[in-house]
Design a protein around this ligand. Structure first.
Ligand SMILES: C[S@@+](CC[C@H](N)C(=O)[O-])C[C@H]1O[C@@H](n2cnc3c(N)ncnc32)[C@H](O)[C@@H]1O
Length: 215
């Protein structure tokens, strides 16, 4: 079968009820109107093809998972798999993370994951990094008090930048793994490997992890 064109994928995305495209219709109503249960909501930012979101949704049916990314192609892949597997505890947002507060009321999110987000190496782009001081207050607002944020990255730059940013922001680092695999910690992180993580592992890059909360 010929692969689908971008236009076909975008048309499918627009009519897929588990994908919110630039449409914060469920703000404050994710539990009551979208998932129709009171389970905690875990949000993955820059989810790409949704590997972590999908992996966690399979492992934890008693929680709800939402993956957010701006790239329609990638969200289409993720939503397609969720549909094939008939996962009931998953949704996707296609939008800029800069707009994430439009989608949730304060305290609506239990936990945030950020996996292999772009390190944006140029100094001038530092504020685009998803753990920059520009983004952290937004996360603090939508998270429950004490809600955890998880960062998994291959980038030394992003890892050190995040620690430095946190040192200037009321926060607490709970876990800091400089080399997830050398420390045998990936099972603790549910054993999930994303598309980008697999590529970085083939390149023999070390994978780093931080778990922190904003105070
Ligand atoms: C390197 S990929 C990682 C994807 C996935 N987490 C993985 O590990 O395979 C980074 C993703 O971040 C998304 N992204 C970067 N900045 C973003 C932003 N401000 N808003 C939404 N998505 C963003 C990109 O579209 C891309 O899919």
């Amino acid at each position: 079968m010929a692969s689908k064109s971008k236009l076909q994928k975008f048309a499918e995305l627009a009519s897929n009820p588990i994908v919110l495209e630039k449409n914060p219709a469920f703000k404050g109503k994710w539990n009551t109107d979208f998932f129709k249960n009171q389970h905690p909501i875990v949000l993955e930012l820059a989810c790409g093809k949704g590997d972590y979101t999908l992996g966690m949704a399979r492992l934890f049916p008693e929680k709800n998972f939402i993956g957010a990314d701006i790239k329609g192609n990638r969200i289409w892949s993720a939503a397609r798999i969720a549909g094939i597997e008939n996962l009931q505890n998953i949704g996707f947002i296609r939008d800029q993370i800069d707009h994430i507060n439009d989608y949730f009321v304060p305290g609506e999110v239990e936990e945030i994951w950020i996996t292999f987000s772009d390190p944006f190496p140029r100094d001038g782009d530092a504020k685009r990094r998803l753990t920059s001081a520009k983004f952290l207050p937004h996360y603090k607002e939508i998270l429950k008090a004490g809600g955890l944020i998880h960062l998994k990255t291959d980038s030394d730059l992003l890892y050190h930048f995040t620690k430095e940013t946190l040192s200037e922001f009321p926060s607490e680092i709970l876990k800091d793994y400089e080399d997830v695999y050398a420390m045998n910690k990936n099972e603790e992180l549910y054993g999930i490997q994303t598309y980008y993580e697999k590529m970085h592992l083939l390149d023999k890059r070390t994978i780093k992890y931080l778990c922190f909360r904003l105070l």
